[in-house]
Write a protein that binds this ligand. Structure first.
Ligand SMILES: Cc1ncc(COP(=O)(O)O)c(C=O)c1O
Length: 277
């Protein structure tokens, strides 16, 4: 049984133009250029409707980290869909796959990560973290500790809190963002600097930006800080000690760190809370 109807490339393109809204896209432009229709994938390759083979250097949207078409994954997914395709975890309910995956993630993570909250996307993860971290300080009796320091040009997703955390002005112009109590400091982007400092020196200056912002706002007001750029080496150490010293949660958003997932530095740091997306 075919999962979807078989159509020609031009039929797909026409239907795409008529009915399918794409993210971050100028649809007038797309109507002229037309979408590349991806019909199948295998290993590290995707294939379009003309059967052109394309190396998927982006791993989907940086999320297909084990490649396409893994038979063992197809089999367990099919089995699970037959056994229990869905249930919620509200109202004192849980189910074995989520419990087992939580346990497994704890086992392969650094020791401070021992509880897991599942979401359906990176944006949703970041929205959840904003709410969780603010609630966390609230129940600890520090309700004023609500501000989250993020970075200019960081990308944290497209939902209201995700786009607010992100430091992209054009996104802020859509929908009255950022939401309250999110502030942005300079991006740790050495390649865009005048190169008068070494990457490590530059990283330390950027880490100091966070410390300065916390001093300016007051420790009692800052709940968390976050970053996305490829942070390495000394900046991580400096951000970690700044977070520890000031008792703020720090989250390194690892949504696009697949190539460096073996690097423990990309896996988030902090005393109390961090997030994976
Ligand atoms: C660093 C980062 N954070 C968050 C997101 C948002 O993830 P999603 O598209 O799953 O909402 C992305 C997506 O590209 C990302 O690159």
């Amino acid at each position: 049984m075919a999962v979807v109807a078989k159509r020609s490339r031009s039929e797909w393109q026409a239907l795409d133009c008529d009915h399918y809204l794409h993210p971050f896209t100028d649809h007038k432009d797309l109507r002229e250029k037309k979408s590349r229709i991806i019909t199948r994938a295998d290993g590290a390759y995707i294939y379009d409707a003309d059967d052109s083979e394309i190396l998927d250097g982006m791993s989907g949207l940086w999320c297909v980290n084990v490649g396409y078409g893994r038979e063992e994954l197809v089999e367990v997914a099919a089995k699970q869909l037959q056994e229990l395709p869905y249930y919620n975890s509200f109202f004192q309910c849980a189910h074995p796959p989520s419990i087992e995956l939580s346990r497994l993630l704890q086992e392969v993570s650094q020791s401070q990560f021992n509880k897991v909250f599942f979401t359906g996307s990176g944006s949703e993860s970041n929205d959840t973290v904003v709410r969780m971290v603010r609630h966390y300080w609230n129940i600890l009796g520090q309700p004023d500790k609500q501000i989250i320091v993020s970075r200019i040009n960081a990308y944290h997703g497209s939902t209201m809190a995700g786009a607010s955390l992100g430091g992209m002005k054009p996104m802020h112009r859509q929908g009255g963002l950022p939401i309250p109590d999110i502030v942005h400091i300079e991006q740790p982007y050495w390649f865009g600097s005048d190169h008068s400092l070494s990457p490590d020196e530059f990283g330390l200056v950027m880490a100091r930006e966070l410390e300065k912002k916390i001093e300016e706002l007051g420790i009692e007001k800052v709940a968390a800080s976050g970053a996305t750029y490829g942070l390495e080496g000394q900046i991580i150490t400096a951000l970690r000690s700044c977070a520890l010293k000031n008792s703020v949660a720090s989250g390194l958003n690892t949504a696009v760190c697949i190539p460096s997932n073996s690097n423990p530095h990309t896996l988030g740091e902090h005393p109390r809370r961090t997030k994976y997306s």
